[in-house]
Design a protein around this ligand. Structure first.
Ligand code: FES
Length: 309
């Protein structure tokens, strides 16, 4: 992939293209826009792109038609969906077509940057020179994973339960595990990857003893999660997607924790904390053995709710 990944943003609303360009240009991506599927196809016939970010609902050539065209004519291009409220049917179809990820509209800069990073990593991971096929994990884990695959193989809708068990066994879902699951269940690797990327429950990187999940969704963004995230990053010394050297904490950015009424929200392991301020967040983290600071102790009304589902 070029040093400056080239992304085509396809949307019939020019403001979406402009917003994506404003956010991603500063992160080192080369952004171009197309106002519909037809224009996008013309552009892809004339130039090489690494990724396409596309809306689904567009006049003339819609997103699903465009994705099908890319899969047939330009299979090396990674696809991310940017859309409002897709139906389950549409999402299922898009996942089956091998999309990498999904960005809900309206998006926040953090979500878009996070997804772009992951999409680029995915596209790079597909290059033959960087093939991870020989990477392995402990034989005992592999044997247990194979046992789970055999147990579920013939059950309908087996992919998600197998991935859940795989994550319990290995701790996370790196490419080598996704590949083994895909092969064992006879499902395309792209489909397995799409599911792993789509559900924030799944992670492709090892997590620390305590996983801090910061909600970067719209409600939390509007209520100031960026300030909370900034302080948490500063205190723990790692960024989103990283784990501390002592493996004690990881920080993960997610798109909605299902507790928007309590925004801004974060989860640590299975506990959800709402109505956060930066100082409350730091105080909560110190209760998990995080680095102590000079912030005020957590206030009485720090909200803890049970995780849904
Ligand atoms: S947007 Fe943060 S919990 Fe829904």
């Amino acid at each position: 992939m070029a040093a400056e990944p080239r992304i085509l943003v396809v949307d019939d609303e020019p403001v979406v293209i402009r917003s994506a360009e404003r956010v991603l240009k500063n992160e080192g991506y080369r952004i171009e826009g197309a106002l519909g599927g037809r224009e996008a196809i013309l552009k892809m016939e004339q130039a090489e792109y690494d990724l396409v970010f596309t809306d689904l609902k567009m006049p003339e050539v819609d997103g699903i038609t465009l994705i099908r065209w890319i899969r047939n004519s330009k299979p090396g291009i990674g696809i991310v969906i940017i859309t409002g409220y897709p139906s389950q049917e549409t999402m299922k179809e898009a996942i089956e077509l091998g999309i990498i990820d999904y960005v809900p509209k309206p998006f926040t800069p953090s979500v878009l940057i996070d997804v772009a990073k992951r999409a680029v990593a995915w596209a790079e991971g597909r290059k033959p020179t960087e093939e991870k096929g020989n990477e392995e994990f402990p034989p005992a884990m592999a044997a247990e994973l194979d046992r789970v695959i055999r147990e579920f193989r013939h059950k309908p809708g087996c992919l998600i339960p197998v991935l859940q068990r795989a994550q319990e066994i290995v701790g996370y879902l790196p490419p080598v595990v996704q590949k083994r699951v895909a092969k064992g269940l006879n499902i395309p690797e792209a489909e397995v990857h799409s599911v792993v990327s789509f559900y924030s429950y799944f992670t492709m990187k090892p997590r620390g003893d305590h996983n801090i999940r910061i909600c970067l969704g719209t409600a939390c963004y509007v209520k100031g999660i960026e300030g909370v995230l900034g302080k948490v990053r500063e205190r723990i010394g790692i960024d989103i997607g990283q784990t501390t050297e002592d493996k004690k904490f990881s920080i993960e950015g997610v798109r909605c924790l299902g507790a928007c009424g309590l925004a801004p929200v974060m989860m640590i392991d299975q506990e959800t904390y709402g109505a956060l301020t930066p100082s409350k967040a730091l105080s909560i983290i110190s209760q998990y053995g995080g680095p102590a600071g000079s912030q005020a102790p957590a206030e009485e009304n720090d909200t803890v709710v049970e995780q849904e589902g």
